[in-house]
Design a binder for this molecule. Structure first.
Ligand SMILES: *Cc1c(COP(=O)(O)O)cnc(C)c1O
Length: 229
């Protein structure tokens, strides 16, 4: 089942890249394995997937314990400051840095271990009340401050778009996130040259690719529905 799902998703990615005149290599598929067992991660690995996304620190660490093969792990969920210590050196990207305070904590903990943190800033691009993320208007100011932190590299922006029935409804939000990234890059801030856009999930990743996504985060479309019990 996972194998078939991945073939389908891969085909959709290729088609979206083609429509947008982009190369397939510009887009990295993150298989979002949250709530799913290691056996399913192994199944995806058999289809040559090596990039996985988790939203909870504890769950990610437990899965890392059980899998010895080298994989790229991406932390995509809200990160509490008191959990930062546990993830140093264990994630390829933190997608969900949503405050200056969290960035400060990341700087402190990574400095202690003499490591670099590779992050994206999460933006609440649609201004939804219930979502984490920086307001678009404050993003540049926060990035200017984080740009001075020696143990952090900001690679780009991430957003979780609204849950919508028609993915076209999110096109504007993806376009706005892309525009925000371009606008901030144009300010020529020291240490800031962002080229990653983490946007698009199962329901809307094709539109996100058309609008410039470099990371898409797909869970349900690969592993099936999640049941939270
Ligand atoms: C769960 C999750 C996803 C994947 O969602 P699907 O709709 O299952 O593809 C993507 N991004 C984040 C931040 C998530 O928490």
């Amino acid at each position: 089942m996972i194998k078939e799902n991945l073939i389908h998703v891969e085909e959709k990615i290729r088609e979206a890249c083609e429509r947008a005149g982009r190369k397939r290599e510009e887009v990295t598929l993150i298989a979002v394995s949250k709530t799913k067992p290691v056996s399913m991660i192994r199944e995806a690995m058999e289809s040559r997937i090596s990039t996985f996304g988790e939203n909870k620190v504890q769950e990610m660490l437990e899965k890392q314990e059980m899998i010895t093969e080298p994989l790229d792990w991406h932390l995509i969920g809200h990160l509490q400051r008191n959990k930062v210590r546990q993830i140093t050196g264990r994630v390829k990207r933190i997608h969900s840095v949503d405050s200056l305070r969290l960035a400060e904590q990341i700087q402190n903990e990574y400095k202690k271990k003499n490591e670099m943190a590779h992050i994206l800033m999460e933006v609440n691009i649609a201004g939804e009340e219930t979502k984490f993320g920086l307001a678009p208007e404050e993003t540049e100011a926060v990035i200017r401050k984080v740009a001075e932190f020696p143990n952090i590299t900001i690679h780009g922006l991430m957003t979780i778009a609204p849950y919508v029935a028609d993915p076209e409804e999110n096109r504007m939000h993806f376009r706005n996130l892309h525009k925000l990234l371009v606008d901030i890059n144009r300010k020529n801030i020291d240490n800031i040259n962002m080229n990653e856009l983490s946007m698009g999930m199962t329901g809307d990743y094709e539109v996100a690719i058309e609008e410039g996504a470099t990371y898409i985060r797909v869970g349900t479309g690969i592993f099936g529905d999640r049941s939270y019990t």
